[in-house]
Write a protein that binds this ligand. Structure first.
Ligand code: ATP
Length: 262
């Protein structure tokens, strides 16, 4: 299976702060990873590295078939899907849902005077239907609920058929129903044989969708554990990551965690 992301001894230093420290991590094309770790651990920075938005201060980073520093990142970026609330803030609030998704094909966030091909339009409509957004096609992005906006962000990020999909906290701020609907959609998408490699950052083990295969636990800029969920997602590793004793349970492929003393 091809490797889509390969970080070797990667460190990122910003303003004298070591935000990532000697990270070694490999993602294969058929793997779906979740990244867990406390606030400030370096999770978002890791996703920014994987999307070629941040360069390593030292070490080597290979994304898809390209080594960072030796590749034109503007050619690489369209092959990597990225969804985050920070990016959603760049979508004009009065843009239609259809245009927010469609404009991904042209690497812009708002529609100007571009001519769109019929094939792109049909693809955008198919993607909207897959993420249960077809009834909202003509709605203004700014008028959507948080849950709907999160699904639009993901629909936009898969519009270009990426080889690597990066999701930064896709379930944050959702109510129970919206979270479960999103996790069901993400689980179905991740389980399809045609799905790209996926890396999803989350704060909660409850938000790991079925169909995800691996976990990377990170704390204070360093990897605590990484590997298949059944081996690496343990109470001991969560305790080492979050610094408190944890009780972890798994039911039907979904996880739950709480402090051991509560
Ligand atoms: N430009 C910068 N200069 C100095 N420190 C920075 C800079 N950008 C980020 N940091 C610090 O790097 C650390 C890691 O940030 P990052 O956003 O990657 O963490 P995170 O794990 O995603 O956190 P959260 O869960 O709170 O979103 C934080 O302590 C942050 O304050």
């Amino acid at each position: 299976m091809p490797t889509v992301l390969d970080l070797e001894d990667v460190s990122v230093v910003r303003n004298g702060n070591r935000i990532l420290n000697d990270i070694n991590w490999k993602v294969e094309a058929d793997q779906r990873w979740v990244i867990l770790g406390p606030n400030g651990a370096g999770k978002t920075t890791l996703l920014q590295l994987a999307s070629a938005m941040v360069h390593p201060s030292s070490g080597t980073a290979q994304i898809l078939d390209s080594r960072m520093g030796r590749v034109d990142v503007f050619e690489l970026r369209p092959r990597v899907g990225f969804a985050s609330s920070a990016m959603a803030k760049r979508f004009p609030a009065d843009e239609t849902v259809l245009n927010v998704v469609l404009t991904a094909a042209y690497s812009v966030t708002g529609r100007w005077n571009e001519q769109y091909d019929e094939i792109d339009l049909r693809r955008a409509q198919r993607v909207l239907a897959e993420w249960r957004l077809d009834h909202l096609e003509e709605r203004r992005f700014g008028s959507l609920s948080d849950g709907e906006q999160k699904r639009v962000q993901i629909a936009r990020s898969v519009m270009t058929d990426p080889e690597l999909l990066l999701l930064d906290e896709p379930a944050a701020s959702l109510d129970l129903g919206a979270r479960e609907e999103l996790l069901q959609l993400l689980g179905g998408y991740a389980s399809a044989p045609s799905a790209p490699a996926i890396v999803m950052v989350t704060h909660h083990v409850e938000e790991i969708p079925r169909g995800f295969t691996h976990v990377l636990l990170i704390s204070k800029a360093s990897v605590v554990a990484a590997g298949p969920l059944q081996d690496a997602l343990t109470a001991e590793n969560l305790e080492a990551t979050f610094g408190l004793p944890i009780v972890l349970s798994e039911t039907d492929g979904r996880y739950a965690a709480r402090a051991a003393s509560v």
